[in-house]
Structures are given as C-alpha cells and as structure tokens.
Design a protein. Structure first.
Length: 142
C-alpha cells in the first residue's frame, strides 16, 4: 500500500498456487514498466508447520481467506485515464481463522490460550475485511 501511494511504482501481489496466469501477467507488466517495480509473492515455508507438498493449497487458502489478496497496481494506466489498481482475487470465501488455524504458527496459541487466540483472530478478521474494503474502494469496484 505504501509503495502505491508514491504513484510511480508498479506493485503486484501474487500467489502462484492460486492463480498462475495472474503471476505471469504481473511479472510481464512489472518487467515492461519503465520505473521501479515491487512484486510481493506468497511463499509458503516449513515454518508454517504445514505439509510442504500441499503448499499450493495453503496459498489458495491464504487468498480465499482474504489474508493475501491478489492485485496489480500499474501507474501506466493513469496515463490512459484508467484506474491503476486491479484486484485479481475474489471476495473471501473462508474466514481468516479457517486458514490460520491450519498452520502451527497460529494453532499453537489456540491450543495454549484459546481465549487469547479467539480475540486476536477476531481482530485480525476485522483487519482483513477493512483491507478488502479499502482495496475495492481504491480500485473503484465498491
């Protein structure tokens, strides 16, 4: 978000496990853009405490929960009188808790202190909803 406020930086947020075409499109646009480009790529890792052979599924869940929305911000579109922000992911179809509690890094707290976990996940869910609402507003789709 901060990089987009500068107005001259290409920003893409991608997850190859969710949408390979969107990843390729973002990389092509970033390469073609005559200026700085920033690509944020979801990368599952062993620290997530998941079965690494199912990493692409975890990426899909991250996007489906709204934790990792996919988008592209292309300043070149401003010159064409178009909105530079394109949201490439759909509205969340699962709660953040459904996604997060599949990972050890989040489920440990839920096992040790379920009340604290529930409170933190509720706050995080509100943050996800606010982030999606803001992105939609900026993209002109809400």
């Amino acid at each position: 978000m901060l990089a987009m406020t500068y107005g001259y930086i290409y920003v893409g947020k991608v997850a190859i496990g969710e949408n390979q075409n969107q990843v390729v499109k973002a990389f092509i646009e970033a390469e073609a853009y005559d200026g700085p480009s920033l690509l944020l790529c979801y990368s599952h890792c062993i620290a997530h405490g998941i079965n690494m052979t199912r990493g692409y599924d975890e990426q899909k869940n991250a996007v489906a929960s709204g934790h990792w929305p996919l988008y592209r911000y292309n300043p070149d579109l401003i010159l064409q009188d178009k909105n530079p922000l394109t949201i490439d992911s759909k509205d969340p179809t699962m709660s953040l808790a459904e996604y997060a509690l599949k990972e050890n890094r989040y489920s440990v707290l839920n096992r040790l202190q379920p009340e604290v976990s529930e409170k933190l996940l509720a706050g995080a869910q509100k943050n996800v909803e606010a982030k999606i609402k803001l992105l939609k507003k900026l993209a002109g789709v809400e």
